[in-house]
Design a protein around this ligand. Structure first.
Ligand code: FES
Ligand code: FES
Length: 173
């Protein structure tokens, strides 16, 4: 059956830009147009499918969801999207160099065999990255003050890996 010929509209009105929360994530611009109360953890995992940031407790207890916000350690499970306008968020997916080379912490994690089951390790890496920004040569106490929990008991290996990465970042490895 012949279809009636469709005539295009004389003018097409462009859709108004959607309002939202603009942020930079791993160097790229994103706009969250959903619920401002959604936490960063679920924005990363459910909206962007960036599942490196882990869900452990959703209540500020385990550190599995650790990311950096404006270069500082932060818990994604405790951070509503509403607080992130204009912020720079780095997740474990953004830790490697621009050319895809491993971050010294990632290399040190491998060299020290710090990854056991692995579940807590993205959070451990991001907590370590934030620590090295403020303490390039951290003491045992600095490292032990990190609140990240590891059920596999990788703490000694993580400590060695952070120290190894600190040396490498100072050109001393
Ligand atoms: S999931 Fe965020 S602290 Fe445990
Ligand atoms: S490596 Fe298994 S929970 Fe930390």
């Amino acid at each position: 059956m012949l279809q009636a010929k469709q005539t295009p509209p004389e003018s097409i009105t462009p859709e108004a830009p959607r309002k939202g929360i603009d942020l930079t994530l791993n160097g790229e611009h994103f706009r969250h147009t959903g619920d401002p109360k959604m936490t960063l953890l679920w924005y990363l995992r459910d909206v962007l499918h960036l599942t490196g940031t882990k869900y452990g407790c959703d209540s500020d207890q385990c550190g599995a969801c650790t990311v950096m916000i404006d270069g500082k350690r932060a818990l994604a499970c405790e951070t509503p999207m509403a607080k992130l306008a204009g912020s720079e968020v780095t997740t474990v997916e953004g830790l490697a160099g621009e050319n895809g080379g491993l971050h010294p912490l990632q290399q040190a994690w491998i060299d020290e065999d710090a990854i056991l089951c692995g579940y807590c390790q993205p959070g451990q890496l991001m907590a370590a990255a934030a620590l090295l920004k403020i303490k390039p040569n951290p003491s045992d106490a600095d490292i032990e003050s990190l609140p990240n929990i590891c059920r596999c008991g990788s703490y000694v290996r993580v400590r060695r890996a952070i120290k190894r990465a600190a040396k490498a970042m100072q050109g001393d490895a």
